[in-house]
Design a protein around this ligand. Structure first.
Ligand code: NDP
Length: 296
């Protein structure tokens, strides 16, 4: 329960969905005075009982702010709607709403035109990880470095903080790049389980352990890709080259067919590898396929 005598930074939070509520609880637990607003007012009720002050509207919440005004809404459009016509002059706006890099840049300009300082954030955590540092959750931040440094201690109460640049789009770019890689990983996981699914005597939990260990071991490949992209030599340090991997793809596809599995999640990437090999670059590692995606 916060008190009015605390020296901790006051937080104003707009948005009490699953993530906003988790953030609110973490700030309350860390002793930060907290003012909250949510479009559906009922969601603020429980938090008010836990020590937050529930504002009657977004304008009232922003006007009461003495520290950062944090937004955790559904999308960029909802940020525009919630703050429409509200005086932001002199405010420190921290937008934790997921969006694209271009949306973050536009929103930063929009806030600055209204006299506010702006920091964008991309949350690399799910609600149960918020307020629990041992889970490793963190938030990418980009934009106004002074704002970040001024409020860093308060921002780090719910989850770790990684500042990735003064370009306000950088946090969203990091966020979406990591989530996009995760999407590809989930696609691979889906295909793997589809392959083993028909085997009634195959222990799914045991298979999951093997799969998680394998994905963990293979994740280190990202460093080789980065080194190749930085040096420009895509054959640097290659142990499993594209020609070998492309040749193995035929076996993957034949196995999918034997197990009656649709191979649609694999074929787009396989096509990219084959294209690079056909261009005479079979001796390269994965970095060679990055340029193809960019039309280089
Ligand atoms: P929810 O769907 O649970 O909540 C959405 C919130 O946005 C609610 O407070 C909702 O208000 C509000 N909202 C939607 N439209 C408007 C609008 N037009 N005007 C005002 N308020 C609006 O989402 P989360 O809390 O889970 O997510 C919030 C942000 O956090 C998203 O950008 C999400 O991508 C990001 N995030 C979420 C993660 C998660 O695992 N949940 C993980 C990482 C990031 P109302 O209650 O009235 O509907």
């Amino acid at each position: 329960m916060n008190t009015h005598t605390t020296s901790k930074t006051h937080i104003t939070l707009l948005g009490l969905g699953d993530m906003g509520t988790a953030l609110a609880r973490a700030w309350l637990a860390a002793g930060h005075p907290l003012t909250v607003w949510n479009r559906t007012a009922a969601k603020a009720g429980a938090l008010a009982a836990e020590g937050a002050r529930a504002a009657g509207g977004p304008a009232e919440a922003v006007a009461a702010a003495t520290g950062p005004v944090v937004l955790c809404l559904l999308d960029d459009a909802s940020v525009g709607e919630a703050l429409d016509g509200i005086d932001l002059n002199g405010r420190d706006v921290v937008n934790l709403t997921t969006g694209t890099p271009a949306e973050a840049k536009r929103r930063a300009r929009w806030a600055e035109e209204r006299g506010a300082r702006f920091l964008d954030g991309g949350i690399m955590a799910i609600p149960p990880m918020i307020g629990r540092p041992e889970t490793g959750g963190y938030v990418f931040y980009s934009g106004d470095l002074g704002l970040f440094e001024r409020h860093r201690e308060a921002l780090e109460a719910p989850a770790g903080a990684k500042f990735v640049g003064e370009d306000p789009g950088r946090a969203a770019l990091h966020d979406i790049a990591l989530l996009s890689a995760m999407t590809g990983m989930f696609a691979g996981i889906t295909h793997a389980f589809a392959l083993v699914r028909p085997e009634k005597d195959l222990d799914q939990a045991g298979f999951a352990t093997l799969l998680a260990e394998w994905l963990g071991a293979m994740a280190g490949a990202v460093h080789g890709v980065a080194a190749q992209l930085e040096s420009g030599d895509y054959t640097e340090g290659v142990t499993s080259n594209l020609a070998m991997m492309a040749a193995a793809n035929a076996t993957f596809l034949a196995t999918a067919e034997e197990q009656s599995v649709d191979s649609r999640l694999l074929t787009p990437y396989m096509e990219l590898m084959s294209r690079r090999v056909a261009q005479g670059h079979g001796d390269e590692g994965l970095a060679g396929t990055v340029g193809l995606l960019r039309g280089e």
